[in-house]
Write a protein that binds this ligand. Structure first.
Ligand code: HEC
Length: 175
């Protein structure tokens, strides 16, 4: 926030200087001059005020959702995860996140977000996840190519991963 504040201060100062410079250039009576100077200051202040919230809002929402370049979904985290989902989260981070991204938010040009309506339980049931891990997936929904089988995960591991994904899906309105 320190850097942002510094930038906004600078911007405000520039506005003020600009306003005063414009006023100076005008060869008009002293009275009019001061009136305009006050108006310029008000306009400059108003502009900075108007710009301030927008700028800090953008910065705040950027960091809230941490939409880094290449992340494909805006995933809201549930407040709590069940114990199974916590285990699933660890397994997911080790075995799946390299492609599907942190919190299964996807990675551009690599793998889709699993927190996505396409992967709702009715369309991709738990068995689709088990099959994907065991046998891989021939690319069909996305232009990212095939998913290879994932080595070193048991059906039990994948069940935990599914618990994790479903809890994230529910937290994002995907049921
Ligand atoms: C090497 C990259 C990679 C890894 C690692 C990976 N995936 Fe995938 N996965 C993909 C890609 C690419 C697709 C998209 C295929 C398509 O276009 O439909 C996909 C699709 C899927 C699908 C959709 C299956 C379907 O029937 O359409 C599921 C479920 C899935 N992955 C789960 C997982 C899980 C769980 C893990 C970890 C155990 C994992 N993936 C690891 C790349 C990967």
């Amino acid at each position: 926030m320190g850097a942002l504040e510094a930038v906004m201060r600078k911007r405000l100062t520039l506005h003020l200087q600009e306003g005063l410079a414009i006023t100076k250039d005008m060869r008009i009576s002293a009275l009019k001059k001061s009136t305009i100077a006050i108006a310029a200051v008000l306009v400059a202040g108003g502009l900075s005020y108007a710009l301030w919230p927008t700028t800090s809002q953008t910065a705040a929402s950027d960091s809230d959702i941490s939409m880094e370049y290449g992340v494909l979904a805006n995933v809201l985290m549930p407040e709590t995860l069940s114990q199974n989902a916590q285990i699933g989260q660890l397994a997911f981070e080790v075995k799946c996140a390299a492609c599907h991204g942190v919190n299964a938010a996807g990675k551009d040009r690599i793998a889709p977000p699993l927190i996505h309506i396409i992967y709702e339980p009715n369309h991709h049931g738990d068995e689709a996840f088990q099959r994907a891990a065991a046998e891989g997936v021939r690319g069909h929904h996305w232009p990212f190519g095939n998913m290879p089988p994932v080595e070193g995960v048991t059906r039990g591991d994948v069940a935990m991963i599914i618990a994790y994904i479903r809890e994230l899906q529910r937290a994002n309105g995907i049921n």
